[in-house]
Every structure is written in C-alpha cells, then in structure tokens.
Write a new protein. Structure first.
Length: 657
C-alpha cells in the first residue's frame, strides 16, 4: 500500500517542482556592476507558491551569503567584482510540497550564476611620468622609446585591450608618434633640430582600452634633445619680405644672411626654390635679382643656405615677394585751423590716398569714434561736426587718425586741428578768401593768394602737389617746370604761418582744361579721323558704281526694245498679223508670237489693242540671240505697243512690247 501511495503522489510533486521546458538546472548571467537589492533572475518553476492544493515551498539551501530568495526571484545581497571576486557562483533551492498523504515531498534545484565583466577599469601605466634623452637629426621612424606599458584590470577581451598613441596637442605633439597602437614603441615623426632651437619638449602618451565606454589614461613624456656636431648654416632671420625693386634687385627686409653654425665658419652658398623661383636668382651675398620682366607680383620662395664644402649641411628660410600696388596718402600729415565761429558741416579739409591700382576703390574712415569731424567715405572730405551742446570748446591742437582702405591694404595719416581762440574780427592771421579758384593759362603764372587786410605778415607754403606747382612768400602761384599736372581740377592746400606760430589754411582749386593730354593721344585722334574719311569715300565710290551699272542696264534694255519696235512696225506694213501668229526668222532658230486681241494691218490709222498694259512686261526683257528678217518700209506712225512673245528652241519664252 505504501508503494501505491508513492506512485500516486509522485506525478503531483513532479508536476509542481519541475522546471519549465524540461530544464534540469537554472543558468543565469549578471553584469558585475549589478547593485545589491536588484533581481538576478526568476526561477522557472511550474508550481504555484500560493495554491490551496498542491502548493509548493521554496527554500535557499546554498549561496545565501550572496543571494536571497523572494518567492521565485533571486535577489543580489552584496556587490560583485569580477576582477577581485569570483567570475561565477552557484546556489541550491529546495522545492517542497504540502501533502500529508505522501512521504516524498522535496526536490532540489541547482542554480549557476555567471558574473559578466564590465569595463570599469581604466588602463594604468607602470610609471606616473617618463623622461628620455635622444640625439638630434635622427631619421624619421627611428625608435626612441619603448620602456613603458599600461595594463587594464578588466578581464581579458576588449575591456582590457590597450591601444597607445601620442596626443597631438600643443606645438610639439607631432614630433613623435606610435606607429602600431598595440605596441608601446615611440618613433620620430619629424625632424628634431637642436639649433631650431629645440632643446627639449613635452608630449603625452595616451592608453585607451577598447571597452564600451572607452576608458583612457595619459602620462607625460619629457624629451631632451642632445646636441651633436652637425650644425647647419644659421639664418639671421627665418622670414624675409620684398615689396620693392631697385636696379633689377629686390629690396629684401631684413637682408638675407646666413653663417655656419659650427666654429669652422665654412663658406655659405644660397639657392632659391619654389614654384616661381625661376624668375629670380640669388648671389653669394644674399642679393636677389630679377630674371624676368615683369617679375611675378606675388611669390613665396624657399631660401636654402648650404655649406660650400658639404651640401648636406643646409638650412631653409622663406622669402615672400609682394610687388602689388601699395596704398598711401598724399601727405603723412594734414592740418586745418578751426575758427571760433565755424558752423557745423563746414568743409575744413580733404584727404586723398593714392593706390597704384587705379581701379581699386578707396574708402575713408576716421578711427576716433568721438572725433569732432567726420570724413566722407568716398571722397575724403573732412567736415566739422560741431563741439556739441553743453561741451567746452577744445583749445590748442587736436589730432585724429584717418584711415584709407582699398580692400587689400590699409594706409593711415594724421589730421591736426588747431582751434583758434580768436574771432574773425580780431587781429591775427587769415587768408582773404577761404577758397580760391584759378585756371591754367598760356604761361606759368596761375594766380595770386593774399592774406586778409588785418592779418599779420606770414610765410606762405604749399602743402601738396609740390612737384607740379610752386608758391612764393608773396603768394604768387606758378606752374612748376615738370609739366602739366595729371588732374582735371587740382585741389591745393596753402598754409600761412606768422612769427607767433599761428597758422591759417586755405584751399586753391586749379582747373586744368587739358589734364595729361599727350601728343600721342592727339595723333591717335587725327589718325582715327583720317580712317573714318577714307571709309566714307569708299562707300560713296561703291554707291556711284552701283548706280552707274543700273543706269547702263536700263539704257541698254530701252535701246533693244526700241529696235524691236521698229521691226514690228515694218512687219505691220507688210501683212496683217492675227492674234497668236507665230513668226519665224529666216534660219528657224527663233519664233515671235504676237499676242493681240485684234488684227493688225498695215494701215497707218489702224489701232492695236492689248490685254496687258502698254508699259509693263509679262516676263524678263532680254534681246533675242538672232534678229528676224523683215521686209518693211518706213515705220508706221501712231502705232501702239503690243506684247510679243519670243520663243527659241532651246530657251524659255520672253515677252517684248
């Protein structure tokens, strides 16, 4: 009877404590960063813990130091660490069933938990910093350092696989490199020159694992460069500039000069390199000559200095050639006198900047934001803005900076404003006119500039365009011997200074009716006029020839038509020609068909009618190749034209009247 009871209860126990899907044990995996109190997994047991009948009970028999059991869930009790702790652990759960009728009520379930690695450890170098010493001028890719290593405490795999690199930051980050990231080997990446000068530098070595996320560590590497006896030539300056040409040579600033870095002082030679180096040559003394005319306006050249006895000892410098047009003001300094009664928006001066490239537009501006004057952006006119309400009037001289910009270069000049405390009624120095207008005449004398009647004696001076004009102390303005100025109207600035140092300014506008009109331009205009006249004569000649040809053709046609009319009249005298009659010449080569709506007789008073107008042709008028033979007497008077169709055997019919 006991055996029968066991056999009856066994299916019930098995069906309640067995695992789902026929499993024999429970296998779970968990990351090592799982926090205590979190669920590791749930046991897939078929039975119900809360059933009234055939209910089961679970009890943790092994592993209670790491996990705990809540119903069917396995809960973590303490932190996991795969690097310092076990990579796996197991537990045992007892499944029991309440049934007083059976003695077989328990079943053990084995649980295996695998702890998975998490990338929670960064690589660690074997030293906190490294220092090495290497000689200069080592070839590229020469190994210079390999005595370092970084380790990762994570388990084997991507989390502990370390890659190395040199951090390319700072001015020297590209001098060294690590060619193979998996091998801790440092090589030379660029030239190391002690005389650069480069006596030492610092870089950083970085170690990065391949986990997710990546963790990295950096350590400093101090590199000391050792000097060796291989000093190349040394330039006084590494960069040189040239913006002018004098006597076929570039004006190089600073001058090109290099000397041997060793004590032997070997002779130094120079060589130019670069894309446009063939347009220039360099002498032993560093002078750069132009080989092509015109030279390139822009060029960047490499200057190689090398020892005459050893070409491998060399150094390199740079020469930047800029021969583009420059921008500069007509004067380095402008000045104007401000009277006490000057009104706002009064023109007090005008500045001008000249660019060698005349097509470049120049824009003017004033750098001082609180200036008492404003400058016209296009024409450079200086206008007085005013002192401002409630502000004191400046005394003495105030200077501002005027700027000109053509889009490529910037030029600057100074504008000095002298504020005069005197009113116009007080005695002092003042021109008779604030502005003069004159015109160039036949002789060199242009005009006279004078001071106001109450002004003190003063010395006059021309402030601009002194190459084309001259002014004496008496105020006589004359043309300089250099020739006509290149402007249609020239704006001159005249200053007068008395013994007390007071200055007055005036503007003189000189009109030039023929600015820069050369003999070559005059000859070009005369030559153009001659060519136009010749073309007109040629056109008239062609027109006359065409008109003559047309007139001759018309006269020839009339003469032929007149001869045909005479022959037709003779034919009328001899016979009556019915309408549509065909008359053949003696040789049978030409036929004449007379188209008439009436009979034509030889009577002098007979009248011929035609269906066509008497003055029009039915086709092109052309004479026959042969003239038919008619025997006729004198022409009939009063006869009218009739249309005659002339047909040859080998041609189209032609109508005559």
């Amino acid at each position: 009877s006991r055996l029968v009871s066991i056999l009856i209860l066994l299916p019930s126990i098995v069906s309640s404590c067995l695992l789902e899907d026929g499993r024999s044990a429970v296998y779970l995996s968990v990351f090592e960063n799982l926090r205590p109190g979190e669920v590791i997994g749930s046991l897939p047991i078929k039975g119900d813990l809360h059933g009234n009948k055939d209910g089961i009970h679970l009890k943790l028999m092994k592993g209670d130091d790491i996990v705990e059991l809540k119903e069917k869930e396995l809960i973590l009790k303490r932190p996991l660490d795969r690097e310092e702790g076990p990579s796996k652990f197991d537990a045992l759960v007892e499944c029991s069933m309440d049934d007083p009728r059976s003695d077989f009520t328990r079943l053990n379930i084995s649980i295996l938990v695998l702890v998975k690695d998490v990338n929670d450890n960064a690589p660690v170098f074997d030293q906190e910093k490294y220092s090495i010493e290497i000689p200069e001028e080592l070839p590229i890719d020469t190994m210079v350092f390999a005595n370092f290593e970084a380790t990762d405490a994570d388990q084997s795999g991507p989390n502990s696989l370390v890659h190395y690199s040199i951090v390319n930051e700072g001015p020297h980050g590209d001098l060294l490199r690590i060619p193979d990231p998996e091998k801790p080997i440092v090589v030379v990446n660029k030239r190391l020159d002690y005389e650069a000068p480069l006596h030492s530098f610092d870089v950083e070595i970085e170690a990065v694992d391949q986990g997710e996320p990546q963790l990295k560590t950096r350590v400093p590497l101090h590199v000391t460069i050792k000097d060796i006896d291989d000093l190349p030539p040394r330039f006084d300056s590494l960069y040189h500039y040239a913006k002018m040409v004098t006597n076929g040579q570039l004006v190089v600033i600073p001058p090109i000069h290099a000397e041997d870095g060793d004590a032997i002082n070997a002779p130094i030679l120079y060589r130019l390199a670069g894309e446009l180096s063939s347009h220039f040559s360099i002498d032993r003394d560093g002078s750069v000559r132009i080989r092509s005319n015109p030279p390139p306006p822009l060029a960047t050249l490499f200057i190689h200095a090398y020892q005459e006895d050893n070409g491998e000892r060399n150094a390199t410098a740079f020469l930047h050639v800029d021969l583009l047009p420059t921008l500069q003001f007509e004067h380095e300094r402008y000045s104007a006198q401000i009277q006490s009664d000057i009104a706002p928006s009064t023109l007090i001066a005008q500045v001008r900047a000249i660019a060698r490239n005349e097509n470049s537009p120049v824009k003017y501006s004033i750098e001082d934001g609180d200036a008492l004057v404003s400058v016209d952006e296009r024409f450079g006119k200086i206008l007085f803005k005013g002192v401002g309400e409630g502000k004191p009037r400046p005394a003495g001289t105030v200077s501002y900076t005027i700027q000109a910009n053509d889009g490529k270069q910037i030029a600057r000049t100074r504008l000095a404003l002298q504020f005069s405390p005197e009113s116009p009624c007080q005695s002092g120095i003042k021109f008779e006119q604030e502005a003069y207008e004159m015109q160039l005449g036949a002789n060199n004398f242009i005009g006279e500039i004078s001071l106001a009647p109450r002004s003190q004696p003063a010395a006059m001076r021309l402030l601009n365009m002194n190459n084309f004009f001259s002014l004496d102390n008496a105020g006589r303005l004359t043309l300089a011997p250099s020739g006509l100025p290149p402007c249609d109207y020239c704006e001159l600035i005249v200053s007068a200074t008395d013994k007390e140092g007071r200055v007055a300014l005036s503007k003189v506008i000189v009109h030039n009716l023929s600015p820069g009109f050369s003999t070559t331009a005059l000859l070009s205009i005369i030559l153009l006029i001659i060519v136009i006249l010749l073309l007109i004569l040629l056109i008239l000649f062609v027109c006359r020839r065409i008109s003559y040809a047309r007139t001759t053709k018309d006269e020839d046609g009339l003469s032929r038509l007149y001869g045909l009319r005479r022959k037709t009249s003779s034919l009328r005298e001899q016979t009556t020609v019915p309408s549509g009659t065909i008359v053949q010449d003696d040789e049978g080569g030409m036929c004449y068909v007379i188209n008439s709506d009436t009979k034509t007789t030889s009577s002098p008073s007979s009248t011929t009618k035609s269906s066509l107008p008497s003055s029009s042709l039915a086709g092109p008028v052309s004479p026959p190749s042969r003239s038919p033979t008619y025997r006729s007497s004198a022409p009939v008077s009063g006869a009218r034209l009739v249309p005659i169709t002339v047909t040859s055997h080998d041609g189209a019919p032609t109508v005559y009247f």
